[in-house]
Design a protein around this ligand. Structure first.
Ligand code: ZN
Ligand code: ZN
Length: 131
């Protein structure tokens, strides 16, 4: 594996992503890190996110939507995405079962990307209040 120079910024970015369950986007990470590193640029954030992804320390979630979300929980799991506020929640458990699918199809399955979508509790609440 490629060796990377130790970076304080990267360390902060990693511990931030690991500390939240919100699957932040690069923009959110930038906003969080800017007060700590005033000279931080968006390019640096993207570069470090790419390195952390390459190292397998975080996962990049591509839902085909506007922005990539980053996940500090790298074990395989599913996600719920709110179609209104774009927030991302973890769904625990294995649906569908990769081994079972592999058995049925005889394909080699390396992973599974399941996306549940709809309205999150917050957005449901907002809906009720405005009605
Ligand atoms: Zn929502
Ligand atoms: Zn997740």
């Amino acid at each position: 594996m490629q060796q990377y120079r130790h970076s304080k910024k990267r360390e902060h970015i990693l511990s931030y992503i690991k500390s939240v369950k919100t699957h932040p986007t690069a923009n959110i990470i930038y906003d969080e890190m800017k007060p700590i590193f005033p000279n931080l640029s968006m390019g640096t954030v993207y570069r470090n996110l790419q390195i952390l992804t390459n190292q397998g320390k975080i996962s990049k979630l591509d839902f085909g939507s506007t922005f990539d979300h980053y996940d500090g929980y790298t074990k395989e799991h599913s996600h719920f995405v709110c179609t209104l506020c774009q927030c991302v929640y973890d769904i625990q458990g294995d649906y569908p079962n990769v081994e079972q699918v592999q058995l049925i199809t005889t394909h080699q399955i390396d992973g599974c990307l399941v996306k549940y979508y709809g309205l999150c509790q917050d957005c449901l609440g907002k809906d009720e209040r405005s009605n």
